[in-house]
Every structure is written in C-alpha cells, then in structure tokens.
Design a binder for this molecule. Sequence first.
Ligand SMILES: NC(=O)c1ccc[n+]([C@@H]2O[C@H](COP(=O)([O-])OP(=O)(O)OC[C@H]3O[C@@H](n4cnc5c(N)ncnc54)[C@H](O)[C@@H]3O)[C@@H](O)[C@H]2O)c1
Length: 420
Amino acid sequence: MNYDILNINLAEEGRRRIEWADHDMQVLRLIRERFDKEKPLAGKRMSACLHITAETANLARTLKAGGADLVLCASNPLSTQDDVTAALVKEYGIPVFAIKGEDNETYYKHIHTAIQHRPQVTMDDGADLVSNIHFDYPDIAKSVLGSMEETTTGVIRLRAMERDGALKFPVIAVNDALTKNLFDNRYGTGQSTVDGIIRATDILLAGKIVVVAGYGWCGRGFASRCKGMGANVIVCEINPIRASEAAMDGFMVMKMSEAASIGDLFCTLTGNINVIRAEHFEQMKDGAIIANSGHFNVEIDIPTLKKMSKDVHKEVRRFVDQYIMPDGRRINLLAEGRLINLSAAEGHPASVMDMSFATQALTTEYVIKNADSLQPKVYNVPADIEDVVSRLKLEAMGITIDQLTQEQIKYLTSWDLGTV
Ligand SMILES: NC(=O)c1ccc[n+]([C@@H]2O[C@H](COP(=O)([O-])OP(=O)(O)OC[C@H]3O[C@@H](n4cnc5c(N)ncnc54)[C@H](O)[C@@H]3O)[C@@H](O)[C@H]2O)c1
C-alpha cells in the first residue's frame, strides 16, 4: 500500500485515541455496523480531504466498512494527527497522505496524489480537492459522481463555482445541514477554539477582554463559551442582523477599529480575508494575543504584520510567535494564523463530530444511490437524513421526546381550527 505519513510506529497510540473517540460516536458506529453488512459504497473509489483527527479516522473506517476504496489527504497542513495517520495505515489499512506541519508544496503534492486515485466520490473540507480536480484534472472530473463539503468556506467557494457555471459535478453542502452547523460549528468550534487558545497560551480567560470577529455559528459558540468562563466579550460584525443578535445576547458590539486598542485576546471566525489588519495592529496593547479559527489563514493579515514588525521571536511558546513592533509592543500570533483549535488542540470533541460525520456517511450513500438524477449543482442534505441523524443522536444521549397527538397533527395542518 502506498502512503506518506510521519511515522508508522505511532500506530498503537493512534489506535487507542481512535477507539476513545469511537466511544462518543454512537450514531456513526450504528451506521458503520449497517454499512458493514450492506456494503452500500461497494467498490467505489473515494478521496477525502479532511482534517485528519481521531474522529475523521472513525468516519474513514465507516466508509471503508461500506465498501469504499478510500484514500485520505489533509485539508490543512497543521491539523493532521500523526499517530492517527499511522493507525489508519497500519491498523485499518487505509492509505493516508498527510504529515503535520508539511510545507505547502507537500500539502498540494498530497492533494494531487489523492486525486490520482481517480475518485468517483470525493469529500472535502474547504473545497481544495474539488477545485484542484476542476483546475488540473478535467478527465477525472467527468467521472466524479458527487462530492460532500464539510465547511462554510468550502460551500461559499462551491456556490461561486455553481453561479459561474464552472461546477462539473454535484456537491452536497453537508456544512449547511442543521445536524452539522448548529452543533459542530457552534458547540464544537466554540469549545475547541477555547481549548486551542488555552493550550497555546495557558492564559486565564476570566477578566480578559476577548474580541470575537464574526457572530456566525462558530463565532457565537466561541463568544458564549468565553463569556461563560468570565471574559468580557466584544463582538465585531458586518451583518446588521447578526450584530443585533450579539447585542441582545448581551455582548458589546463595536467596530474592530474601536476594539483593537481594548482587547487582550482577538479571534477571527468569519471565513473572510484581512479582518485584522495594519490599522488594528497599530493600536493593539503590548502583549495582545491574536488567533484565527476560520478555515483559511487569511483572516489575519500576517504578511503585513511581518512587514510592520522590527523583529519576530519565533515560538516563545509552542504555537506562539511574538512580533515586536517598532515602539516595542509585542503582538502574539497563535499557530501562524491557522485554525487554532485544530493546530494547538485536537479539533472538535468526538460527540459533536458524531453528528457531522454520520451526516457525511449517510450523504455519501445517498450520492451513490442517486447519482443518475443529480446535476452539477450544490444541493442541501436531504431532510430525512437530518431526521435520522438527530433522532439517533437523541437515542444515544438517552433522551426521548414528545410525539404529536392525532389532534395536534390535525390542528397544525388545518386552517379552520383553533381560533375559539
Ligand atoms: N475551526 C473550525 O474547526 C471550524 C469549524 C467550522 C467552520 N469553520 C470555519 O469558520 C468560519 C466561520 O464559519 P461559520 O459557520 O461561523 O460561518 P457564518 O457564515 O455562519 O459566520 C461568519 C460570520 O462572519 C461575519 N463576517 C464576515 N466578514 C466579517 C468581517 N470583516 N468582520 C466581522 N465579521 C465578519 C459574517 O457576517 C457572518 O456573520 C468559516 O471559515 C468556516 O469554514 C471552522
């Protein structure tokens, strides 16, 4: 088997972490058991470009159990867990092309290797795989039945391709499923971003002024967790509805140019570019900490930060680079501006990835079953998949909910009942 990973001898530790995560992924486990019997993905070549974590390994095991001929590459050069890649190769027989900290050239070489597997189904986190197939492999694009996209930034790119008539095969926006973004983006990113920042810096959040850029699903999860830990949280937004929500959720809302001189810790979660830039670095306090948890490392204008600094102290702590401004102020950049939760911590907890990856697995099955009727468009996850995943998750949590009575069904579907 062909693969490119750091060290195969890490497999035993990786396997233990994968099994630990599996305890909290009951829904995915149930799907894996069914896939193992029914083989709905039998013989299909699949390439998946994902953050390679213990949770992803359980998704990969599920796809393989379903019969897929799967290879994996990383969707970010820093998020790979090297013990997990070793276990995937050695214990589960799944080829992986990913090494934590790989340079850009290796990162793209690995993506190209995954494409050369000639996938019929792809899975992406940020649309790197799909866009590289479109740019460089028109022949392979013709035989792709469909793709699944895991994150907001990827869906934005794919919708732009659809709008411009450039999309060559169907894509399912798994990110937009409620079983994904309400839970993974909000609770997963919320908690793991705090985790990454604390592991990188060991700061006390209580009493700090935390500036959160973006009050989408990720931003609100992070903001509420910081508030819960005693921080004073400022939200910066460009969308008036989301800014109003933040204000009524009890956060201070202001422009980044006003927050820049006040904040102790800044975190971007917008999916946008240069949200923190020169005019903001100029005002920041000595010792300010800046981090990003949005998909790409472009939310903080790092090239300008480098140009503005008279010196850089690399790795004053693991994952912390200190930029020294001409007036002596120190600005601490975490994880080179890459997703802090996946760089300095372990990404989302398994329990929340259970829902996202159960949705991914069932959507893969759906794409293969319905390949003939799908067009080169961006589709939402079918509602019945969302229903199955949320019901199974409740069951796994030991929660039962009420059911509509016949009278209530009639009331909710009539227009002539209930006013008196
Ligand atoms: N760290 C992770 O593990 C993780 C997990 C899921 C998603 N993501 C990524 O996080 C980012 C945000 O995802 P989301 O689901 O919250 O998206 P979202 O679209 O729900 O929210 C983004 C918010 O940012 C705001 N925004 C855009 N430009 C801004 C600017 N210049 N200043 C302030 N606010 C601005 C938007 O108005 C929006 O409210 C995306 O890049 C997504 O891919 C990361």
